[in-house]
Design a protein around this ligand. Structure first.
Ligand code: KIV
Ligand code: ZN
Length: 523
């Protein structure tokens, strides 16, 4: 079957809304704009850019993304009330192609929260969808927790939303509860039995709590859905959302049994995956389908032998199809600034002159310590959150005593607002002693929620990438760093998170970061 004979499925990306809802995945304004630009460039049809009523920051991000959009439809989320919908419209109306997405929880559990009867909720759906449609020609409506909503009530409210003017009906599997056969049947039945269904597009929005989000989304497409909602790297609350790269590559590789096409340029997948991992602070698991570090690695002798004879022996798609460069050309201490710029460009990092100057210094330091600098080392270097011009806290020196004769001890000097401050602290291991030293020099109440170490490449001289997540008075921040010394990487990641926390403290009072917008309530 040729590409043009296949049916078109629309890709709706919600990395910047549902993805960003993952605790700790908060992105800065500039990062959101950058990711939206990459999504637009890769051919995403609809970008859900945020939840404008949630905070001033979300509102500004959605309106700036709307203004900057080129090809994609820009969508904002709104609960079922006029205030949310008006605010959403104010933000998205700047787009060449705006969309309002309004939703309400329709399952018995969700109906109980605002304490509405079935009829009262049905009336509210009619009013709010009509209101949205009076503002915008392109309106999406979602019955949240649709897969746990009684069939008769779901069919009834879908019909009401269609009559009120919704142009897309999204069927969310909010808690990742459905299974493929059921997912297909639900969409098929809605299309067959709800009056007016043939006038709208049905969408599928799956969460991955049981690891079935991609399978459920593809099954929904088989059942008639023509919009798939997803995120890059499957980012999202709990176990995440359907991963865009999985759906798209599955459709591409198995076009023989799934005759659908999308507008996605798959060669842009790796680049955006890396950027989202970097800015969200959520590293991609090594064995993640399509974008994991090991997705195209063939370790075993039998596999390697087969691959050398014919790549198709064990590979169902080529690394180049997802934008992985065939070469992993090694950089070293003799590589110059132009070569570094070109290499980083290939890896998807476009740097200005100032940024290149700083990265080049760090690259040279790394190349002095490590004979061969691989692509993954450079990605780790870019991921490390240091910003020498703006960081309030910087590590000047660290000496650690560790080994079998405790206690472990850290002698540390930090530059705080440019002034050196030193201390010596002990702890239960070198990392604990070092973190105690940071705490002594820069006292804070933030609680460490996550501390994760990964080796970037093989070998004992490999860099370690460290991610930390911490929380203070409801503000969750992340930090990353990479170094050939695991303890140094850990301290720098911790300091990176503290620098992010300082910025967040200045931007908002506790709890005001994001207005407490509950998905469960109506206002
Ligand atoms: O998972 C969900 O139900 C959602 C809705 C807001 C569409 O994200
Ligand atoms: Zn969701």
């Amino acid at each position: 079957m040729t590409q043009s004979e296949k049916e078109r499925v629309v890709i709706f990306d919600t990395t910047l809304r549902d993805g960003e809802q993952s605790p700790g995945a908060t992105m800065t304004h500039a990062e959101k704009l950058e990711i939206a630009g990459l999504l637009d460039e890769m051919g995403v049809d609809i970008i859900e850019a945020g939840f404008p009523i949630a905070s001033e920051g979300d509102f500004k991000a959605v309106s700036d993304i709307a203004r900057a959009s080129v090809n994609s439809v820009i969508c904002g989320l709104a609960r079922a009330n006029y205030g949310d919908i008006d605010r959403c419209w104010e933000a998205v109306r700047h787009a060449a192609q705006p969309r309002i997405h309004t939703f309400i929880g329709t399952s018995p559990l969700h109906r109980a929260i605002p304490n509405l009867t079935r009829d009262e909720m049905a009336d509210l759906i009619h009013q709010t969808v009509s209101h949205a449609r009076n503002l915008c020609d392109n309106v999406q409506w979602s019955p949240m927790d649709a897969t746990r909503t009684e069939w008769d009530y779901l069919a009834r409210v879908v019909e009401i939303a269609i009559r009120a003017g919704a142009t897309t009906i999204n069927i969310p599997d909010t808690v990742g509860y459905t299974a493929p056969a059921e997912s297909a049947d639900l969409i098929r039945r809605l299309i067959a039995e709800v009056p007016g269904a043939s006038d709208v597009v049905f969408a599928t929005h799956c969460h991955n709590d049981l690891g079935m989000a991609t399978a459920n989304s593809l099954a929904a497409v088989a059942g008639g859905a023509r919009q798939v909602e997803c995120t890059i790297n499957g980012l999202g609350e709990r176990a995440g959302n359907t991963a865009l790269e999985e759906v798209d590559m599955a459709l591409k590789v198995r076009g023989d049994i799934m005759p659908y096409t999308t507008g996605i340029d798959t060669t842009k997948i790796m680049n955006i995956s890396r950027r989202v991992a970097t800015v969200s602070g959520f590293p991609v698991q090594f064995n993640k389908a399509i974008v994991g570090k090991n997705a195209f690695a063939h370790e075993s002798g039998i596999h390697q032998d087969g691959m050398l004879k014919n790549a198709e022996t064990f590979e169902i798609m080529r690394p180049e199809d997802v934008g992985l460069l065939a070469t992993n050309i090694v950089m070293g201490k003799h590589s110059g600034r132009a070569a570094l710029r070109a290499k980083l460009g290939e890896l998807g990092f476009e740097l200005g002159d100032n940024q290149l100057r700083d990265v080049f210094v760090r690259f040279k330091e790394l190349a002095d310590r490590k004979k061969e600098v691989y692509d993954d080392d450079l990605v780790a270097l870019m991921r490390s959150g240091e910003d020498p011009e703006n960081d309030r806290i910087r590590l000047q020196s660290l000496r650690v005593q560790c080994g079998t004769e405790g206690p472990q001890q850290a002698d540390m000097t930090l530059l705080i607002e440019g002034q050196p401050h030193s201390t010596t602290q002990t702890g239960d291991g070198p990392v604990d002693a070092s973190f105690n030293a940071v705490k002594a020099l820069f006292p804070h109440e933030a609680r460490l929620q996550l501390y994760q170490v990964h080796a970037v490449t093989e070998g004992t001289d490999a860099q370690a990438t460290v991610s930390v997540r911490m929380e203070e008075a409801g503000r969750v921040v992340t930090g990353q760093s990479a170094d050939t010394d695991t303890v140094v990487a850990s301290v720098k990641a911790y300091i990176n998170a503290l620098n992010n926390l300082v910025v967040r403290r200045e931007k908002s009072a506790p709890g005001e970061d994001r207005r407490e917008v509950s998905y469960k309530y109506l206002s």
